[in-house]
Ligand binder design. Sequence first.
Ligand SMILES: Cc1ncc(COP(=O)(O)O)c(C=O)c1O
Length: 395
Amino acid sequence: MTTAAKNTIIRATEGGYFGQFGGSFVPDVLKTKFDDLYSQFLNVLGDKSFETEFMSYLNDFVGRPSPLFYARRLSDYVGSKIYLKREDLNHTGAHKINNTIGQILLAKRMGYKEIIAETGAGQHGVAAATAAALFGMKCKVFMGKTDYDRQLLNVNRMRLLGAEVVAIEVGNSSLKDAVDAAIGYYIEHAEVFYILGSAVGPHPYPTIVSYFQSVIGKEARQQILDKENRLPDSVLACIGGGSNAIGIFGAFLSDNDVKLFAAEGGGEGLILGKTAATLSLGKAQAFQGSYSMVLQDEQGNPVNSHSIAAGLDYPGIGPEHAFLHESKRVDYSPILDSEAVEAFKLLAHLEGIIPAMESSHAIALATKILKNKNELSIINLSGRGDKDVERVLAD
Ligand SMILES: Cc1ncc(COP(=O)(O)O)c(C=O)c1O
């Protein structure tokens, strides 16, 4: 692959920076591993056989391309023409599998036989456990105990797939704590490959994850051109660390007429400790290996986040999103837990689709900002909501 072609894939500058955000703030032992990982990644970018293998698993195992579905009744309800990018129809039920297939193929090329992963909603954990089973690798998944309890269906799926699930009971026992535990284990165990599940953390992960998820945006762009003969007015996604959002936004970043919107986990309101709306309330600092926006107190200590959606319940955010927020290319808004629950039920009733609680945040955002706008829009439906059904019915 030529340098010019690589530059269209890799938006980060030297050292993994997006403006002032990004980089790699890790101990030397990890720096060496990450340098090695990045050079392997650059090698596979230029390797046709890797691309062919990756795409064949995405097509035949994951079931890609995922459909772009015209949501007629939701469109009528909102007053804009809305298409749903159906990542919920992927094998394992969310976008996370795109990235785990890509990373496990990298791991295989690098000679690893064991993987670890962190998970919040359990979707990345299930995807990692699935990929490990597919390639006959050992798999250990770190999960906060709060998430373990609220996403038990996914814990059981991971177990059935042969993974060991480690419940972490520190902090508020959610995604941040699972990431800390996974990084700690990774430092101590040279024999494992860390499949990170979102576009967060130290360089090169934000770039690698964004690349493996870019298939979402590439497909969606072509599909809307095929169906409508034009680009959409807007594209919407929910955002935890930022992988499904950057996956779909990537293909539209240089189309300045396409507005990009992301829904953060607003939790119970914009109060520290009750929200996961990092870009609404956070400040910049180095956190979990990269310089990005983080929910923090006056002394600069990270503050526990809260969101009803385990996959959005994270006090940090990927560095590229911090940059896209600062440069105002993407508009980020908080969606409250109660609004997400309403949107969850709304999509089930109007379209016969039960969305993940994470994805419901994007649906809720659409009902607000597309109201009677008569716009053409795509919402990335990042996952399906089986895991959230009991919780919604209990309320
Ligand atoms: C279905 C679904 N959507 C969205 C997310 C949020 O992650 P990201 O921001 O990396 O897409 C998760 C995370 O677990 C998820 O399971």
